[in-house]
Design a protein around this ligand. Structure first.
Ligand code: FES
Length: 84
């Protein structure tokens, strides 16, 4: 069984979802697929993290990313997942 090496949790609360995580989710899914990382990275939707004012929120392991948007999500993924 493959070892999961990273966990991405993306906030699907209504604030984050409507402010961009809806699109970010699709971009993350596509990135994982294109880079054959679906076995190494678990992607989970999450309820509101109670940090809406800093949202959209995305967490990778224990690191919290605020104000995530489609312009820099790929940069974040490359930095976090580039050496997997
Ligand atoms: S909806 Fe995402 S932190 Fe509240």
């Amino acid at each position: 069984m493959a070892l999961v090496r990273k966990e991405i949790r993306i906030c699907m609360g209504s604030s984050c979802f409507s402010r961009g995580n809806r699109h970010t989710l699709q971009l993350v899914q596509k990135y994982l697929k294109d880079h054959h990382l679906e076995r190494d990275v678990v992607l989970k939707g999450s309820h509101c993290f109670d940090q809406c004012s800093n949202g959209p929120i995305l967490k990778i392991d224990s690191r919290v990313y605020e104000n995530v948007n489609r312009d820099h999500i790929i940069e974040i993924l490359e930095e976090e997942l580039g050496d997997l």
